[in-house]
Ligand binder design. Structure first.
Ligand SMILES: *Cc1c(COP(=O)(O)O)cnc(C)c1O
Length: 427
């Protein structure tokens, strides 16, 4: 495909694309060094432009739960391709996709497809505001919901890594409509509702925040948020772009048995193609155009290739129920990292749930953004490069979650655990 090395490609890219990348964390700024380019990916393995094979724990930032380039997903895309790439009219795949999502995600009665997680959260917030006729929203520091203006405030890894948690270009007047609170803190929520009576349209959160590493909610916290929204007439939005179909078919809401009013999805539901979706109670969803006053649209929304890929990815999860297997691999990595860091005398915690985990190099138990920031990001950078040099690719930031796919099972996971142990020993 290409005879250029990663170094040559990056040099060219930097002339043509800001920072040489189309999404900032890819630039390796927080771990140092230069990114590699990938020419192909199969199963758990990335093959770089320099012909190195790497065991991949980024999984394209979450979507690749079945591993890369799965033959069934490939076949589904090929079959859809035979019929055309986009019609600009409704197509049968959209109905099948909606049926699957409504059947599998407990709180979703109606769903609208879009093209990215960012679009999904942006639209869900507009819908919550239109439905409640209120302007303010509550989000939590460290939760990332894509890069729309209202949500790019204390937004976790990407922004953190680049040192400007509040992006330039977001008007202060927009930011004032976003109330940012610490996660896992109940008093902050009650106080925010009291300080803004009748003004809060919604609370949006990642129910398992996974964009400053992985943070788990304290027992009862999600139920508390559910109650607060109900009693204050606000819409509860679970942003399950990352956790949807990753921790369970029905996402965190299935595991924790909490029904949000709206849910945003993305990543896995696209099977590796660009997709987002938002859905929830029919009473709220029917405020969307063309039936209601809240406008939302998309030229390529419900794209047949993306739908075909996503439908197959979801059907495979239904058939295979891979979650116990994925969790076993997650625990294997957690145990490996904990015993390696303990043996080396490096304080560390390894939050893990199913196929998601992260490594915090600090003695503090992480419960929110402030405690996540206590991790030793410089030491993580060394660990990252030690892993990479031996063939394991982790997210290039101390503030990202790692992902496992079904394709890691067997030799890849065992080999990766050896490499990660060696990497800790070498620190
Ligand atoms: C990735 C992510 C988004 C944004 O999705 P994009 O497809 O990158 O726009 C939103 N919310 C969460 C929780 C995410 O992990």
């Amino acid at each position: 495909m290409t005879l250029m090395t990663s170094e040559q490609l990056f040099a060219r890219a930097r002339q043509l694309i800001p920072g040489g990348v189309n999404s900032p964390v890819r630039a390796f700024r927080s771990v140092g060094g230069a990114p590699f380019f990938v020419k192909s990916a199969t199963g758990a393995t990335l093959t770089t432009a320099d012909d190195r094979d790497l065991i991949d724990f980024v999984c394209t930032w979450g979507p690749a739960i079945h591993g890369h380039n799965h033959p069934r997903i490939k076949a589904a895309i090929a079959e859809a391709l035979d019929h055309g790439t986009s019609f600009g009219t409704p197509n049968p795949y959209e109905v099948e996709m909606a049926e699957l999502i409504v059947a599998l995600v407990p709180s979703i009665e109606k769903v609208r497809m879009c093209n990215s997680g960012t679009e999904a959260t942006m639209s869900a917030i507009r819908l919550a505001r239109g439905f409640t006729r209120r302007d303010k929203i509550i989000k939590f520091s460290g939760c990332y919901h894509g890069h729309s203006d209202s949500l790019l405030i204390k937004a976790g890894s990407g922004a953190l890594t680049h040192g400007n948690p509040d992006s330039a270009g977001v008007p202060a007047s927009f930011a004032r409509e976003t109330v940012v609170l610490p996660f896992n803190n109940r008093d902050a929520v009650t106080a925010a509702f009291a300080a803004n009576p009748g003004q809060i349209a919604c609370i949006i959160l990642e129910p398992y925040p996974a964009n400053v590493g992985l943070i788990l909610p304290e027992p009862g916290y999600l139920a508390f948020l559910r109650e607060q929204c109900t009693s204050n007439g606000a819409v509860l939005i679970f942003d399950e772009v990352m956790t949807g179909f990753r921790v369970a078919k029905g996402g965190v809401q299935e595991i924790e048995r909490i029904k949000p009013d709206l849910t945003t999805l993305g990543k896995i539901i696209g099977g590796g193609l660009p997709v987002g979706a938002f859905g929830g109670r029919a009473e709220i969803m029917d405020n969307l155009a063309p039936v209601g006053p809240v406008y939302q649209a998309g030229t390529l929304s419900g794209n047949p290739l993306a739908m075909a890929a996503g439908i197959t990815a979801l059907k495979m999860l239904k058939e295979e129920e891979p979650y116990p297997r994925l969790d076993r691999m997650g625990r294997q990595i957690r145990d490996t990292l904990l015993s390696a860091t303990r043996a080396k005398g490096i304080p560390a915690t390894v939050p893990q749930t199913g196929s998601m985990f992260s490594l915090y190099l600090s003695p503090t138990l992480v419960r929110d953004y402030a405690t996540a920031l206590q991790t030793d990001a410089k030491l993580f950078g060394k660990f990252f490069h030690a892993c990479l040099s031996k063939g394991v690719y982790l997210p290039p930031s101390a503030f990202e979650a790692c992902f496992i796919s079904t394709a890691h099972e067997g030799s890849a996971i065992d080999r990766a655990c050896e490499i990660m142990s060696d990497a800790v020993r070498s620190l």
